[in-house]
Write a protein of this length. Structure first.
Length: 214
């Protein structure tokens, strides 16, 4: 990942791939072992796509108390810094990570590790949209949340009182931004893998994905 004069940073929020600790909604439908299998593929695919974006830096942020050693083995070959997320709800974690990111970069894009349709071009396009006239961009998820958020300049206080894990996350974030008079620019929606129907959609998109061993 080469660097340009404008410093761009992609932050990936992810958990260590441990059985019973990831994709719990999916695991409730297909079992912990199968959910872990698909999460491992999602994480590897996400890191590979991020690594393919030119002229950016990248970081992986993990929940406090997670298995840092396991994550270090996964990201070690790519040389990604591992950083612990702040305590608090998801909004507080994102606020802290984005703020820290902007201390050393001009643009920061934060994504999760469960969207199988990110491409290097889409990540680059999201970063390129950020400017003084578009200081905050958001990539909606089809389920009412979002799969990415990018900022430049400063991090707005738009994550307060958002009901994380519900279908109104995007709407509440938009309401919060509007109440603050802060411009929030939406990019085309993507989707992530949370439940079995999402997994089936992914398999239709990429039928060659390796299945879990029974």
């Amino acid at each position: 990942m080469l660097m340009s004069e404008t410093k761009a940073l992609i932050q990936v929020f992810a958990r260590a791939p441990l059985k019973g600790g990831v994709k719990r909604r999916l695991a409730a439908q297909i079992g912990d072992s199968a959910a872990l299998h698909w999460y491992e593929i999602l994480l590897a695919q996400t890191l590979a796509v991020v690594d393919a974006v030119q002229e950016v830096q990248a970081e992986l942020w993990y929940p406090e108390g997670d298995d840092e050693y396991l994550l270090s083995k996964i990201v070690g070959r790519k040389g990604l810094p591992l950083l612990p997320q702040a305590s608090g709800d998801l909004g507080e974690k994102m606020q802290q990570a984005l703020t820290q990111g902007l201390a050393g970069a001009d643009k920061v894009l934060l994504i999760g590790a469960d969207c199988p349709v990110w491409t290097p071009d889409l990540l680059r396009q999201a970063l390129d949209q950020l400017s003084s006239s578009k200081p905050c961009i958001i990539v909606p998820a089809e389920d009412g949340g979002y799969v990415g958020i990018g900022v430049t300049g400063q991090v707005p206080k738009i994550f307060d009182e958002v009901p994380w894990g519900t279908a109104t996350v995007l709407a509440k974030t938009q309401d919060r931004a509007a109440a603050l008079g802060y411009p929030l620019y939406e990019l085309p929606s993507l989707w992530d893998v949370d439940v079995k129907t999402d997994l089936e959609r992914w398999l239709r998109l990429d039928p060659k994905l390796p299945r879990p061993i029974a």
